[in-house]
Design a protein around this ligand. Structure first.
Ligand code: SF4
Ligand code: SF4
Length: 616
């Protein structure tokens, strides 16, 4: 059988009496390496264990259908935190869930990890629970929760799980399986890198107790109580977490959470090229389980895409990737990537188009510099962003070689790049061959790019390049496309209400958008997801990098103003944009002048009213 068992019939067909492990997933079962449950289950299988998948359980019968697992249950809430998946940034229920069958919402509970763990503990009280994935990873220590608007304890407290795998999880999973092979019970595994666990002072391993005073290998950060009471303490705790994400130079972390202690071991070591190649060569079906008659919409994004690397040294304030995958880029070998492309060409649905070869940032295929390969990523310095480190290695050659060879594979008509491109990194490369070939071969009419804002004070906090870099990039992009005789557009993404952005900044952004002569179809409102630098600033009003106060638009009306300003041409936004301009004393932007954002009267409304009267 190609897919892993999901039912009693599957177990009978495979002659499996009792599974070693079950994996409970908040996503529908899609056996594709862009889903955490697919990677972890295939790794478990590769080590000679039996494993079954229970996707999106709703009732006891769902949890019980594969029987009691002999060794342990793994639990992940999905590729996105369940609250982010279920709610918009304005805390409204989303209308669909692209990771569920038919995109139908409601199959994943809010705070899915807690729900799944509670039910598993009830039904299989003796089976160890191992949680992982983004929800576990970003909530592994005390953290601010936007939906409840308060600081919550580590998710280990609320799930009562025995172990938490943070980060991408392959190495820690393989370590756990080594213990399982030796027959060691998985309830009290204290030494595995890339994991965290909950303990009490009485049960704490002796060496960790010593760390409470020595702090030789573990840093004790402010307790849950302290970070709840004192926002500066929250920032201090966050900064330690943010700085300790690379195995090469990190320590473990200990945080008291009520009567418990959360012990986070240092992150897993980086994966070698060979190890990553192994993970991506596991026998994935690369699609959703055939029991989903309506399909799973998210497969469209990844079906003909190849993940070439992971990690990102961009370290943008609003992005949780640093905290989850880390800043150390790890990549697959060229051969492994090309083999996967060749395999895709044999798929019966393949039409000749590879949708993507990339990672979190497409053009960060290699680590940021040589020094960090030995010493680890710098904790108090950025590789790229507002400042550019003199040690940053800017080189697109390896990535370019992969793209060139992929283009030549029989059956491939085009190789697109859909993962985000860092335009500043493109600009810093003295050799512009990659830039030219990007325009020539890898764009389908428009390139999505994320300057995120145009005001340098906002960009500083985001750790994004200043606006002049973006302007230079636009010029060069247009020049190359002119030279190639191609009409290809740029679609810039901007965020509204990001910490550090006030109403005047939002108005400047609106003026810039006007100068571009287009209206963004989608606007991105800042979403305070768990454990980012920007979320820390949103909650505390403190810039974690400088420990100084930072402006935060929290008021609902101001957030709506900032968002509406990005689509000031939309007639529905007229009133709120006008209110925003008056509030900011920018009435000069209301009227018929060429710089004005809106007219002094909402003509659309008047026209609609008069049309209504004419109808009568
Ligand atoms: S460049 Fe992209 S992936 Fe990297 S930190 Fe910034 S937003 Fe995240
Ligand atoms: S030396 Fe520079 S490029 Fe290298 S890790 Fe440190 S900040 Fe990044």
């Amino acid at each position: 059988m190609a897919f892993l068992p999901i039912s009693k019939e599957d177990l009978q067909n495979e002659n499996i009496q009792e599974l070693d492990f079950i994996y409970v997933s908040g996503d529908a079962y899609v056996d594709h390496p862009s889903f955490g449950h697919a990677i972890i289950t295939r790794i478990i299988e590769s080590q000679g264990f039996s494993v079954g998948v229970i996707a999106q359980p709703m009732c006891d019968a769902d949890y019980l259908k594969l029987g009691t697992p002999k060794i342990a249950s793994f639990i992940g809430s999905g590729v996105v935190d369940s609250m982010v998946n279920n709610y918009t940034s304005r805390k409204r229920k989303r209308s669909e869930d692209v990771y569920s069958e038919g995109g139908i919402k409601g199959k994943r509970p809010d705070r899915a990890l807690m729900v799944y763990c509670k039910n598993l503990k009830k039904l299989f009280p003796d089976t160890p629970l191992i949680i992982g994935g983004i929800e576990a990873s970003l909530r592994r220590l005390g953290h601010y929760d936007y939906w409840q608007d308060k600081v919550l304890p580590s998710i280990l407290v609320d799930t009562n799980a025995d172990l938490l795998m943070f980060g991408m999880g392959e190495i820690s999973c393989l370590e756990i399986l080594k213990y399982a092979k030796k027959g060691i019970p998985l309830k009290h595994l204290y030494d595995i890198e890339g994991t965290a666990y909950r303990t009490t002072l009485e049960k704490m391993p002796k060496k960790i107790k010593e760390e409470l005073t020595s702090q030789a290998n573990y840093i004790v950060i402010p307790s849950l109580d302290e970070i709840k009471k004192d926002k500066m303490q929250y920032v201090n705790a966050f900064n330690v977490q943010e700085h300790n994400t690379d195995n090469l130079n990190s320590k473990g972390i200990i945080q008291k959470n009520n009567e418990f202690y959360i012990v986070q071991n240092k992150p897993s070591r980086r994966m070698t090229e060979k190890e990553l190649d192994f993970v991506y060569a596991l026998p994935y079906e690369r699609t959703f389980h055939p029991s989903y008659k309506l399909g799973v919409p998210s497969i469209k994004e990844v079906e003909f895409s190849v993940n070439s690397h992971r990690g990102c040294f961009g370290n943008c304030a609003f992005c949780a990737l640093t905290y989850h995958q880390g800043r150390a880029v790890q990549h697959r070998s060229e051969q492994s990537i090309l083999d996967e492309v060749s395999k895709l060409t044999k798929n019966k649905n393949f039409k000749g188009y590879i949708h993507d070869i990339g990672g979190p940032t497409a053009n960060f295929y290699n680590p940021s510099c040589d020094k960090q390969l030995k010493c680890g990523i710098c904790q108090n310095r950025q590789c790229i962003g507002t400042q550019v480190c003199p040690n940053l290695k800017v080189d697109h050659q390896d990535y370019l070689n992969i793209l060139r060879k992929a283009r030549e594979i029989k059956g491939v008509k085009k190789v697109f790049i859909r993962s985000g491109i860092r335009f500043d990194y493109l600009m810093y490369d003295k050799d512009k061959t990659f830039f030219e070939e990007l325009c020539q071969h890898h764009i389908s009419g428009q390139l999505k790019i994320a300057p995120e804002h145009i005001c340098d004070n906002v960009l500083d906090f985001m750790n994004k390049p200043h606006n002049e870099v973006y302007r230079d990039f636009i010029k060069l992009y247009n020049d190359y496309n002119d030279k190639l005789g191609k009409k290809q557009f740029l679609v810039p993404y901007f965020i509204s209400s990001h910490p550090g952005c006030n109403l005047n900044d939002a108005i400047q952004l609106a003026q810039y958008i006007k100068s571009l002569g287009y209206m963004p179809q989608q606007v991105q409102d800042f979403y305070p997801t768990p454990s980012t630098r920007a979320t820390t600033a949103y909650y505390t009003g403190i810039n974690p990098a400088t420990l100084k106060p930072i402006y935060v638009a929290k008021d609902d009306e101001e957030r709506r103003m900032q968002r509406a300003l990005m689509q000031f041409q939309n007639p529905e936004n007229y009133d709120i944009v006008k209110k925003a301009l008056i509030k900011a004393n920018r009435e000069d932007l209301i009227g018929d002048g060429k710089n004005c954002l809106i007219k002094s009267k909402d003509k659309t409304k008047n026209q609609m009213r008069s049309k209504g009267r004419n109808k009568k």
